[in-house]
Structure formats: C-alpha cells, structure tokens
Design a protein around this ligand. Sequence first.
Ligand code: MN
Length: 128
Amino acid sequence: MPKRVLVVEDNDVNFALVEFVLGKLDVAVARAATGAQALDLAERDRPDLIYMDVHLPDVTGLELTRQLRLRPYMQGVPIVALTALAMAGDRERALDAGCTEYMSKPLSPRLLQETTARLLDLKAAAKP
Ligand code: MN
C-alpha cells in the first residue's frame, strides 16, 4: 500500500505542481481545498503526511494544524506548512502551531520530493 499524502491547498496551480512532483513517488495523493474538507479527509484517509497551505478560504492553515493535532491519530503525522510569506517569525509561528516543518513558495520540486521521501521513509528512488 502506498503511503498517503494529504495536500491542503486551495490554489489549483499550486496543487497541480505538488501533485506532479509527488506523482514521481510511490504515494497516494488526496487534495483538500478548504479546512472543512481537510478535517473530513484526515478522518477518513488517515494520511501519513500533510502539506498545509497557510492561506485557505475558511481557516488559516496554522489554525487547522492546531485542530488536527488535537486528534490522537494525528500526533505523529508530519505536517509541512507551505507559505507564500517569508516573513520573520513565520517559521516559529508554524512550528508553534504544530507543524513539523516549513517550506516557502515558490516551491522547489526537488526539495518537495526530497522532503516527502525523507518524512515518509521511502526507499524506492523517484521515477524519472
Ligand atoms: Mn492558499
């Protein structure tokens, strides 16, 4: 069974990039475009890794992370914050909210792939 990655991202173009990059790895990708969808999908799919856009239509990604971390099954799941803002204090705010790591946009496909492989402990090399 491939590991499950939940991508919480409201922007179609940003999601398409993440989906394309993750498509080179042996993972199953699900998308949530709102906080409400993310809460439902996390419950149903029990993802192994979450990429979390900080700016969502209904809730901030950081508040959503706090809510997810209240669930016992979410305690050990890596959550990587994705933000367009690269302001002082952003990383600390993301980590304080319960994010495992922080990545700023524009996303680097290579970093995204390497981070996914590392956090999911994927042994297989990426497909070309
Ligand atoms: Mn967004």
